[in-house]
Ligand binder design. Structure first.
Ligand SMILES: Nc1ncnc2c1ncn2[C@@H]1O[C@H](COP(=O)(O)OP(=O)(O)OP(=O)(O)O)[C@@H](O)[C@H]1O
Length: 503
């Protein structure tokens, strides 16, 4: 096991007893501690010396701790700040995080949490701690040390680089979201991702996790709308044996499972109102108590939430608590709809095709220019997920080395969703089909979507039945991965339990 890193810490608190308590706690961890009773003294220390971590009380005799945060940000200093706020003062904690604080602690401060927050702040830095540089280069001029800090800034962890590469696209909105992910990843501030269905919210949430110092910890994704209301508390917070009928043993909840990592709350807008109050309490107190339990334990997770719904509108109609919205929405990321970045469609289609084929272990066919032109004419309201589904379907129907418009099946005969002259026609337009590849004639349904859903339902049920309701096996039979299978089962409202999944 490697020893925890040593930090140079500045503690700012006007209460001498508390200052001493924090100092002793951190000194015992091997950190170097400097302290100040007010803003003035803190500013003097900061002018003289570079620290790794700043711990500041919010209320100080000569102003607010937030002022120090503002000054650090304005002078682009690299200190990670931890703010200590009064119990229940949501505004201050949120404002501190918005100003770039790494984390906050609520009074009375739990010393274990204090130690953990300092270690996490230190681990999130992408350069060696100032305390270490101090030791190796004690005699250097202060400017040299700042240069050394800048030069030694190490790049993102490899998992982070890969996760950003998975987000395909070069439209300005995508370039911007990727650079924001990189920036926000190193803090503990909650992130809210908003965007239509299928625009890559989960992909972005994973990237936030994988670019952070928590990347080696778990990433737990929860669909808040999919959990039955009577089980939701136990699912989130865990339950002690006997807490409810059927609870035959102690079990962990999502908060415990995500310890040291990231908890991704997908479809947060669907969280029942009673559960919203409980979640808010956990966020405020940073402690969680399992159902039927008496002991609380410290929560060590970073929260990332996502929704395709307009949360501020839900707040207006009292369907979503304003205080919870405020807590979750400290950093906001928006995933753009595909129609807002049509220029990315060819690259996306090729990348998705490569991925689908890799997952099912088959060589990836070319996408012909005509197929790409055909895709450009579709509206794709289901965004990247719809594009992915179309490509899967084409792959299943294709028999040649290249995907052609006719491989998109009977959808081909439907009129284009987007008039050809408004679609991005970067590719050569050629006749869409040849007589030999036309699909066999079918009855024309009154409602195409319902008709297709019914076909899909029949195929899924047959595959599941033949695979003993093992979703992994049925997915493999259909050339899908488990995630795609789950999505389809959920979309069609099929009542299939996870019990038989082997893998
Ligand atoms: N920019 C992108 N590059 C590559 N693949 C993407 C991109 N955006 C989305 N995808 C793919 O599209 C599919 C849907 O993405 P994802 O599940 O992240 O969307 P979502 O916004 O969370 O959808 P929902 O709101 O329905 O849960 C996934 O297979 C994902 O990998």
């Amino acid at each position: 096991m490697t020893a925890p890193p040593i930090a140079s810490v500045l503690v700012v608190d006007d209460e001498p007893d508390l200052r001493t308590l924090y100092e002793l706690t951190l000194l015992r961890e091997g950190h170097e501690v400097t302290s100040a009773p007010d803003l003035e003294q803190a500013r003097e220390w900061l002018a003289q010396k570079h620290f790794d971590v700043l711990i500041t009380d919010m209320r100080l005799p000569d102003g607010l701790g937030l002022e120090l945060l503002r000054e650090l940000a304005a002078s682009q200093r690299t200190e990670k700040s931890i703010v200590i706020t009064a119990h229940g003062s949501a505004e201050n904690a949120v404002e501190a995080l918005k100003l770039g604080a790494f984390d906050y602690l609520t009074k009375p401060v739990d010393l274990k949490q204090l130690r953990a927050a300092v270690t996490a702040a230190l681990q999130s830095q992408r350069h060696p701690p100032a305390a270490m540089l101090d030791r190796t280069a004690a005699a250097r001029h202060p400017d040299d040390r700042l240069n050394a800090l800048a030069l030694s800034s190490s790049p993102l962890p490899p998992a982070g680089v890969r996760s950003l590469q998975r987000i395909v696209g070069s439209a300005p909105s995508i370039v911007q979201i990727k650079s924001r992910i990189e920036k926000v990843a190193t803090s503990m501030a909650p992130v809210l991702i908003m965007g239509e269905s299928g625009t890559g919210k989960e992909l972005v949430a994973r990237a936030v996790h994988e670019c952070s110092h928590r990347a080696s910890g778990p990433f737990v994704a929860v669909n808040c709308g999919a959990i039955p209301e009577n089980l939701i508390e136990a699912e989130f917070f865990g339950a002690r044996k006997g807490a409810y009928t059927g609870a035959t043993q102690d079990r962990e909840g999502y908060f415990q499972a995500a310890k040291g990592g990231t908890l991704f709350l997908d479809e947060i807008g669907d969280l029942p109102i009673a559960m919203q109050a409980k979640l808010l309490r956990v966020i405020q107190e940073r402690r969680v108590r399992p159902l039927g339990g008496v002991q609380e334990s410290a929560v060590d997770v970073r929260l990332v939430s996502a929704t395709h719904r307009d949360l501020s509108a839900l707040v207006q109609t009292s369907q979503f608590r304003q205080d919870l919205f405020y807590r979750l929405n400290v950093i906001e990321l928006r995933t753009p709809a595909l129609r807002e970045r049509r220029e990315d469609l060819p690259d996306l289609a090729r990348a998705l095709m490569r991925r689908i084929c890799k997952e099912s272990g088959q060589p990836a066919p070319e996408l012909s220019d005509r197929a790409l032109s055909w895709l450009q004419t579709r509206a794709l309201p289901g965004n990247v997920r719809e594009l992915e589904n179309l490509l899967q379907r084409a792959l299943a129907l294709s028999s040649g080395d290249a995907i052609e418009p006719s491989d998109f099946g009977d959808l081909e005969s439907a009129p284009p969703d987007v008039p050809a002259d408004t679609a991005t026609q970067t590719l050569s337009a050629q006749p869409a089909s040849s007589p030999d590849t036309s699909p066999p004639p079918v009855d024309i349904p009154n409602d195409l979507q319902t008709y297709l859903d019914e076909q899909e339902r029949q195929v899924l049920l047959k595959a599941l039945r033949e695979c003993d309701y093992n979703r992994t096996a049925a997915a493999a039979r259909l050339g899908l991965n488990l995630r795609q299978m789950r999505y389809r089962i959920q979309r069609l409202g099929l009542n299939i339990s996870d019990d038989n999944d082997g893998a």
